[in-house]
Design a protein around this ligand. Structure first.
Ligand SMILES: C[S@@+](CC[C@H](N)C(=O)[O-])C[C@H]1O[C@@H](n2cnc3c(N)ncnc32)[C@H](O)[C@@H]1O
Length: 283
């Protein structure tokens, strides 16, 4: 037992040493995430079992929604394409990371279709399942652009050639891929964009990183803007947003396989955008 723990520890050290040699800045930025990870705890959220009608209420869209069938068809098509390429699809198939969840994908599709965003930002691309869903939605709307910040798997470089494989050429014209960690890239991107209508977090799911990304986006989120935040069940990073800061409304939603949770926040329509005084969480 002690031998197994020792060899797992040695494996982690060797993995980190390789990441440090390949990209010292990104490797060092990861250290505080690893250290603060020890202070994380799961929150006993009240889960919104009927999150889908609730989301449509927040978006001012009718329910039942004909778009949910379209979303399921798109999802099935993406899964088939990935499997035909010989790629696994689902949880923990991209190193320790997972492909997106079907319920999150449905929430993203309906948000794009009903909110009709001009500026969309996401973090965490991996094979690009959610990227694809957003871009197909923007193409359908004939409006908007997506900026995706993604640090290709820091410890499993063999996965790098899978980045964005789910995103076909025809929908790429509305896409800008920004390589690097959100810690490094998001502040500048948010400043340059000025206003963001929709944000999807699906990168490093630590409390520290989730809060960082949400806080940065909140400063520039448009009135009525929407944030969708994956994998909130293992840490406390999303919790301040459930206390309705600045008139924001939050939903806590169960993943399709019921193993995880994702969160949705819609800012109040009266809150100002791009003022630096956006609807950040109460501390
Ligand atoms: C859960 S996967 C994303 C799944 C993807 N959204 C999908 O639709 O299938 C997480 C991705 O975030 C990347 N990542 C990890 N740490 C990151 C960071 N600090 N900033 C940006 N991306 C990061 C991982 O390498 C991986 O590509």
């Amino acid at each position: 037992m002690a031998g197994t723990a020792r060899s797992a520890g040695q494996h982690r050290v060797r993995r980190f040493a390789r990441a440090l040699a390949a990209d010292p800045v990104e490797a060092l930025l990861y250290v505080p995430e690893e250290l603060t990870g020890r202070l994380e705890y799961p929150v006993d959220y009240r889960v919104d079992e009927s999150w889908e009608p609730e989301l449509h209420r927040l978006l001012g869209a009718p329910w039942p929604c004909p778009q949910t069938t379209r979303a399921s068809e798109l999802w099935a098509g993406i899964a088939d394409e990935l499997r035909q390429r010989g790629l696994d699809f689902g949880r923990h198939t991209y190193g320790a990371y997972s492909d997106a969840d079907e319920c999150l994908a449905r929430a993203v599709w309906c948000t794009v279709l009903h909110r009709r965003p001009e500026v969309v930002v996401e973090t965490g691309v991996a094979r690009g399942v959610i990227t694809r869903v957003i871009l197909e939605g923007l193409a359908e709307n004939d409006r908007g652009h997506l900026w995706s910040i993604d640090l290709p798997h820091p410890f499993e470089r063999g996965l790098h050639d899978q980045t964005g494989v789910a995103v076909p050429g025809p929908v790429r014209s509305r896409w800008t891929y920004v390589e690097g960690s959100s810690r490094r890239r998001l502040p500048r991107l948010a400043r340059e964009l000025g206003t963001v209508d929709m944000f999807v977090h699906d990168s490093l799911h630590t409390a520290r990183n989730t809060r960082f990304e949400m806080d940065r986006i909140a400063r520039v989120l448009a009135p009525g803007g929407v944030m969708l935040v994956d994998d909130i069940s293992t840490h406390q990073g999303f919790e301040p947003w459930t206390r309705a800061p600045g008139g924001a409304e939050a939903l806590v939603c169960r993943s399709a396989d019921r193993e995880g949770l994702f969160g949705i926040v819609r800012t109040g329509s009266g809150t100002g955008s791009g003022t630096g005084g956006g609807p950040g969480p109460r501390r």
